[in-house]
Ligand binder design. Structure first.
Ligand SMILES: Nc1ncnc2c1ncn2[C@@H]1O[C@H](COP(=O)(O)OP(=O)(O)OP(=O)(O)O)[C@@H](O)[C@H]1O
Ligand SMILES: [Mg+2]
Length: 282
């Protein structure tokens, strides 16, 4: 008997389906009990909807620059982005949301958390749950213990979870933004041209070697955080882990297996409205 270890799990299928729902604007049939999640990131604001069984139902996103270093720097832009995404989502779903779960970078101060909450309530729904970003990622991945490394646009976040809670978390300012700067310098491009080149899967030849030292810098941040910490497996998420060589660069420095799920950009947003400890949503 052979086992197909490459077959995606229910979790992976849910993440892939959520990415598809965001990109196409489709809405999935659902069993009710809809929950809304909101992710205010440095590069993207993402909204996500799951049903009572934690199955992805709908999503939406917009590129934005309303958050920097885990702090809301553009109040009007942030509330406008959330309001616009919600209006679109609610009309596609034929459902109005009174409440939302909101993700925040782990370890930010109470005042900064309050600003995230205020952005959401100014856009409409009452924030009824504040979720640490790595906890959201872990929920989508179905893990409660271990390490989640989130490489987004602005920062590298390294978190160790125990029993579904953050035990240790460090966020440092190295992210996809820095890869874009390096790429722009290497190829004599504007920032916008370099950002487009970086995300174009057909142009990987001129990209992978150039961004590798930045990936390695991120891995070295994680290596410092994880020194002496017993985590057998590391989960890599966030848009900047999309490169084919990312798991290998991290594994070489961390001396541990590094797994990157399908569609790493959408893992944290999907997990925000999920309830913890549910069955595999296959
Ligand atoms: N296919 C891709 N290949 C390479 N990089 C990508 C790809 N798609 C997105 N990115 C990069 O991922 C980053 C955005 O990822 P993500 O949405 O996880 O960040 P964020 O949550 O907005 O930022 P942060 O977590 O730092 O606040 C950007 O730097 C973007 O250029
Ligand atoms: Mg993020």
């Amino acid at each position: 008997m052979t086992t197909d270890t490459t077959a995606p799990s229910g979790r992976e299928r849910a993440i892939a389906r959520f990415a598809e729902l965001v990109r196409t604007g489709e809405v999935e049939e659902h069993g009710g009990g809809l929950r809304l999640g909101i992710d205010l990131g440095t590069a993207n604001v993402v909204v996500s909807v799951v049903d009572a069984a934690n199955r992805p139902v709908a999503g939406g996103w917009v590129h934005s620059s309303v958050v920097r270093d885990g702090v809301v720097v553009d109040w009007a832009g942030a509330t406008g982005a959330v309001r616009g995404l919600l209006a679109d989502l609610e009309s596609r779903l034929g459902h109005r949301f009174d409440r939302a779960s909101v993700a925040v970078p782990p370890g930010i101060g109470a005042g900064d958390v309050r600003v995230f909450e205020n952005v959401v309530s100014a856009a409409g729904p009452e924030p009824d749950e504040i979720v640490d970003e790595p906890v959201a990622a872990a929920r989508a991945l179905g893990v409660t213990d271990g390490c989640v490394i989130d490489i987004g646009h602005g920062t590298t976040g390294v978190s160790v979870l125990e029993g579904g809670r953050v035990r240790l978390s460090v966020d440092e300012a190295t992210g996809g933004h820095h890869m874009t700067l390096v790429l722009a310098g290497a190829h004599g491009l504007s920032y916008e041209e370099a950002e487009a080149m970086k995300k174009d899967p057909r142009r990987r030849d001129g990209v992978l070697g150039v961004i590798r030292p930045t990936l390695d810098k991120m891995a070295s941040i994680a290596d410092r955080v994880l020194a002496g910490v017993d985590v057998p497996v590391v989960h890599l998420v966030g848009g900047s882990s999309s490169f084919s060589n990312a798991p290998e660069v991290f594994a070489a420095r961390l001396h541990r297996p590094v797994v990157r799920p399908i569609e790493p950009l959408f893992v944290t947003p999907l997990g925000i409205p999920m309830t913890a400890g549910e069955e595999d949503p296959s």
